[in-house]
Ligand binder design. Structure first.
Ligand code: GLY
Ligand code: MN
Ligand code: MN
Length: 500
């Protein structure tokens, strides 16, 4: 990573052209201007000329389309059919500054990635109405120009950020003709006819359309693209299985190093899982929850800076995201020392039974809410049985009293987002019906807060969640994360085998 050599000169040139002009002005010992995010102490005419040539032609001619090209084409066709005669603009989004000239790692909008398979910052997919349908164009930054110095003097130059695909290469890979994105905003400003944009990703593109779009119509586009993802195609199911398989290996990695985590902190667990995610996938699909002891009762514990102690439980909720952005979302609650105590086992087994009931309710044609209700009923019954809440169970469920300890919904759709299809309407999602191809988590839990005076002291600080990723099939369901044991005795055996 380059550092700025000096901060003395406030007139920092923004463009390669400006740098070259400054360089031309520079003579002898005069101070010279700095490259915006680098450290060039001026550029002589000779160097500028020298850098223009002597580079090999690296155009790639034998590119095959990406593996999901047929699926992305089908998705675009469905979108086209829903909005005939309208121009549709789907941006990938832009880099976000972390500090000065460093950026957060980029993740393209799921709408863009879903429709193109591409993940490049500043990319924009445009569907242009034509005849009964649309023509698609993917707008991207082309390869860096060597003639104007851009490739080595601009922050977006390939020498700094890596080689991009040429527009011709991108067209072959994604099966969509590609054009220069630098011309898109002006084109959109001039364009006539109805248009919609997916908001929230690219302020520049939205500004170009500001007089032509309405929030309500744009929201319809976003909702359509969220609901389109409710049912996964074969490619997506394969990717989700890959994500889960990597996640299983990540959990195994963690069990193998629990002694190191005990000697350090929950961070060791986070780092261990992250290594698997980065080596086999793109990233983690969400911040790993590595919650030991009472931290398990904090639902989204991602600080992960606490101790890991023998005798405590470790709630690990983590998922690998594939290179195509599909994520797993799996939780296991493990005894740090390999054996559940009697009380831990009692609570764990109740959550297991609730999860079994929930998974059994995941069936094509079932209401989405059924699996939640089935799990909650089991948990409410146990809480009554243990004397923690006054029955009967019907009363508890009616008043929702079990929720003091069950806290959250029993699952959600899973896909490119961990909480997938979040913009889908209530009638198609939460009040909807399960269909083959849907993938959802089933993740009941029981959490006894450390300061909960309504439960016996020995319960306090115990939190258990078990979470699996379930595919709805034509005749039932398939647990994509069945590679990880769930029953308490099987978890203990699995841990013993891994720890050797
Ligand atoms: N990992 C977040 C969730 O389980 O929903
Ligand atoms: Mn989840
Ligand atoms: Mn989870």
């Amino acid at each position: 990573m380059a550092e700025e050599l000096t901060q003395e000169n406030p007139e920092i040139p923004e463009t390669p052209e400006a740098v070259l002009e400054d360089a031309a002005d520079a003579d002898g010992d005069e101070p010279v201007k700095q490259r915006k995010n680098g450290l060039y102490p001026g550029v002589s005419d000779e160097l500028a000329e020298n850098m223009k040539s002597g580079w090999a032609d690296t155009e790639l001619h034998d590119l095959e389309p990406i593996a999901q090209a047929a699926e992305t084409a089908a998705r675009r066709a469905a979108l086209s059919a829903r909005f005939p005669g309208e121009r549709l603009v789907i941006p990938a989004g832009n880099l976000k500054t972390r500090s000065n000239d460093t950026e957060y790692s980029f993740r393209a909008s799921v709408e863009y990635a879903y429709l193109t398979g591409n993940q490049t910052e500043d990319g924009v997919l445009v569907l242009e109405p034509k005849g009964d349908g649309h023509t698609a164009t993917i707008y991207l930054l082309p390869r860096s120009d060597r003639e104007n110095g851009e490739f080595w003097l601009s922050g977006q130059g390939e020498l700094w950020v890596g080689r991009r695909h040429s527009l011709t290469e991108a067209g072959k890979l994604y099966g969509i003709p590609a054009s220069d994105v630098r011309e898109l905003a002006a084109n959109l400003r001039e364009a006539t006819g109805p248009v919609r944009v997916v908001r929230g990703h690219d302020a520049g593109i939205e500004a170009a359309l500001t007089d032509k779009v309405t929030a309500e119509r744009d929201e319809e586009l976003r909702v359509f693209l969220s609901e389109a993802r409710l049912v996964k195609d074969e490619f997506e199911i394969g990717e989700l299985q890959k994500a889960v398989d990597s996640t299983v290996r990540g959990f195994e990695d963690v069990v193998k190093v629990l002694d190191k985590a005990e000697a350090t902190s929950e961070r060791y667990i986070e780092g261990t899982f992250f290594l698997r995610a980065r080596v086999e996938g793109n990233d983690v699909g969400y911040g790993s929850i590595c919650a030991a002891g009472p931290h398990a009762c904090t639902l989204h514990w991602v600080r992960n800076d606490g101790p890991v102690r023998s005798g405590d439980l470790l709630l690990l909720d983590a998922g690998v995201e594939t290179h195509t952005y599909y994520t797993a979302d799996v939780t296991r609650t493990l005894p740090v020392n390999g054996r559940y105590s009697e009380l831990q086992k009692k609570i764990y087994d109740a959550v297991y039974d609730a999860q079994e009931a929930g998974i059994a309710a995941v069936q094509p044609g079932a209401k989405y809410r059924d699996f939640h209700d089935a799990s909650q009923r089991v948990l409410a019954a146990r809480l009554v049985e243990w004397g923690l809440v006054e029955g009967p169970v019907e009363r508890v469920l009616e008043l929702g009293l079990q929720r003091r300890w069950t806290l959250h919904g029993t699952g959600h759709m899973l896909g490119m987002d961990v909480h997938d299809c979040a913009a889908a309407r209530v009638e198609t999602y939460v009040d909807g019906t399960l269909e083959p191809g849907m993938v959802l988590t089933v993740e009941p839990g029981l959490y006894f807060q450390a300061d909960d005076l309504t439960v016996p002291e020995e319960y306090r600080g115990i939190g258990v969640r078990i979470e699996d990723d379930i595919l709805v099939t034509a005749d039932g369901n398939r647990n994509l994360s069945a590679g990880l044991p769930r029953r308490s005795d099987e978890v203990e055996e699995w841990m013993a085998a891994l720890k050797g």
